[in-house]
Design a protein around this ligand. Structure first.
Ligand SMILES: [Zn+2]
Length: 435
C-alpha cells in the first residue's frame, strides 16, 4: 500500500495551468473552485477532460453564499458606467447550485441555517452533487468541436457536500445534516464534507469530541479540514496539538482526512493519519475564510527554504550563505537546494541565486520596483518541486527520521540569526510531532 501523503494542487486561476501541466503527474490530483470553473468554463473543461488526465475535484464554494456578500462584489463597467455588482463567476454559479443560491444574490441576504427545511436540504445536496458530476460534461456538449469528447471526461475523484463557515451550534448541525444527506444520496464517487471553522474552535471545549463523535455517523467517506487563519508557522503549540489530535481521532474512526490549506506540518501529520493536503501553486498553505478576495496587488513570491519549510526573502538567505560555507553553485546545491530548478538557476556562481528575487519597474509609471514574473515563476516552481520531494520523503521515512531532519536543520542554521530567529515553528512542530 502506498503510504505517501497525497498532494492535491489547487488551481487558483487559469493562468496557473502551466505549473500544473508541467508537474501534473507528480501531483495526486487537482482541485478547482467552482468560481474558476464558471469564469473559464471551456478552458477548464478541456484542461481537466483532455490535457491533464488526472484525478480532479470541483470545490462547490457554497460557503461564499453564507458569508458577508461584499466579498464577492466588485466594481464593473456596464454601459460605460462603473457599477458595483456580484462578480460574474458567482452570478453564473448561483443558479447552477439552485434556487436558494440565486435568491441569496437577488435578495442580497446571505444563506442562514434556518433556510434549510427538509425539502430545501435535499434539493441543495442533489444540485451540488449534480454540479460536480456534470458541469464539465455540459460544457463539452455545448461545443461542436468538443461534443464528441463529453463522455470521455472521467467522474471527479470525490464529491463535496455543500458546506458553510461554522460559527455556532446551528451551523455545526447544518454541517452534519448536509454531510449526511449527501452521503445518503450515494453518488458514485466517494463523498467528502468540509469542516470549515475558525481556528479558535480547535481549543474550544468539546468541539473536537463532538466532531469525532458526530462526523463518522453521517456516512461520509472523508473530511477536508479548513480552519480559517490556522497558520502552522505562528499558532501556539496547543492549537497544533489540538489539530493533530483531531486528525488522529477522525482517521482512527475510518475517515480519510485532508487539510484544505496546509504546509509541511500538515504533511508530516501523515504519520498520524492525515491522508493528504492541498494548496495553491505559490501560496494557499493557510487561508482566511472571510477573505474571499485575493490579496491586493501581486505580493512578492519569496524563496522557500527547504530546511526551514518556510519562505524567506532572497537577500536574507544570501547574507547567510557565507556563514554556511557556501561559495560555489555545487555548495549551494548540496546545502540549500539541489532541485532541478535551482540547478538551472544557480549555475555559474552563487550570485545567480539573486535571480529568484529579480526586480524591475513593471511599467514606466511604477514608483517602486517589483519582482519580475520570471523570478516569481522560479520561486513557485522551486517550491512545488520541493513539496513533491517532501511528500516522497515523508512517505518513505518514519516519524523519527522526520524529527531528526528538523533537528539537523536547526543545528545547521543555528548561527544564522536572520533565519533561525524566524524559525521558532520548528521548535513547536518537533514538540508536537514527538509526543
Ligand atoms: Zn530548488
Amino acid at each position: 500500500m502506498d503510504n505517501k501523503p497525497q498532494l492535491i494542487i489547487r488551481m487558483g486561476s487559469h493562468a496557473e495551468k502551466d505549473y500544473i501541466l508541467k508537474l501534473g503527474k507528480q501531483f495526486d490530483g487537482i482541485i478547482i473552485g467552482a468560481n474558476i470553473v464558471e469564469a473559464t468554463a471551456g478552458a477548464t473543461a478541456s484542461l481537466i477532460g483532455q490535457k491533464l488526465k488526472m484525478p480532479y475535484y470541483i470545490d462547490p464554494m457554497t460557503y461564499v453564499f453564507g458569508c458577508n456578500l461584499e466579498g464577492i462584489r466588485s466594481e464593473q463597467k456596464k454601459d460605460g458606467k462603473t457599477v458595483v455588482d456580484y462578480k460574474r463567476a458567482y452570478r453564473r454559479l448561483a443558479p447552477e447550485l439552485g434556487e436558494l443560491f440565486s435568491n441569496t444574490l437577488k435578495k442580497n441576504k446571505p444563506i442562514s441555517p434556518e433556510d434549510f427545511t427538509p425539502t430545501v436540504l435535499k434539493q441543495v445536496c442533489q444540485k451540488v452533487i449534480n454540479y460536480q458530476l456534470k458541469r464539465l460534461h455540459t460544457e463539452f456538449e455545448k461545443d461542436e468541436e468538443y461534443e464528441k469528447y463529453a463522455d470521455s471526461i472521467p467522474k471527479p475523484a470525490g464529491i463535496f457536500s455543500p458546506y458553510f463557515f461554522i460559527r455556532s451550534k446551528e451551523w455545526f448541525n447544518l454541517f452534519l445534516r448536509l454531510s449526511k444527506t449527501t452521503a445518503d444520496i450515494k453518488p458514485e464517487p466517494p463523498v467528502y464534507s468540509v469542516l470549515c471553522a475558525d481556528y479558535e474552535m480547535l481549543i474550544e471545549d468539546s468541539f473536537i469530541d463532538k466532531a469525532v463523535a458526530e462526523i463518522p455517523k453521517t456516512g461520509v467517506n472523508g473530511i477536508w479540514l479548513w480552519f480559517s487563519k490556522f497558520n502552522e508557522w505562528t499558532v501556539r503549540e496547543e492549537y497544533l496539538r489540538a489539530f493533530k489530535s483531531l486528525v488522529k481521532q477522525l482517521s482512527e474512526k475510518g475517515l480519510e482526512v485532508y487539510n484544505r490549506h496546509g504546509g509541511y506540518f500538515s504533511l508530516a501529520l501523515n504519520k498520524f493519519g492525515m491522508k493528504g493536503i492541498s494548496h495553491g501553486v505559490g501560496y494557499g498553505e493557510k487561508k482566511d475564510v472571510l477573505q474571499i478576495k485575493g490579496p491586493p496587488n501581486a505580493p512578492i513570491v519569496n524563496y522557500y527554504l527547504p530546511d526551514m519549510y518556510k519562505r524567506f526573502g532572497v537577500p536574507d538567505i544570501e547574507i547567510c550563505l557565507h556563514g554556511l560555507g557556501i561559495t560555489t553553485p555545487k555548495d549551494f546545491h548540496e546545502k540549500i537546494c539541489g532541485c532541478v530548478i535551482c540547478k538551472g538557476v544557480v549555475k555559474d556562481s552563487i550570485l545567480d541565486f539573486q535571480r529568484f528575487g529579480d526586480k524591475h519597474l513593471a511599467t514606466p509609471k511604477s514608483k517602486r520596483e517589483s519582482q519580475t514574473s520570471a523570478a516569481a515563476k522560479r520561486c513557485r516552481f522551486h517550491f512545488l518541486v520541493n513539496r513533491i520531494i517532501e511528500k516522497d520523503f515523508i512517505g518513505g521515512n518514519d516519524l523519527a527520521a522526520i524529527i531528526q531532519k528538523i533537528s539537523g536543520a536547526q543545528e545547521k542554521w543555528d548561527e544564522q540569526l536572520l533565519i533561525i530567529n524566524n524559525s521558532n515553528h520548528l521548535i513547536r512542530w518537533k514538540a508536537v510531532l514527538s509526543s
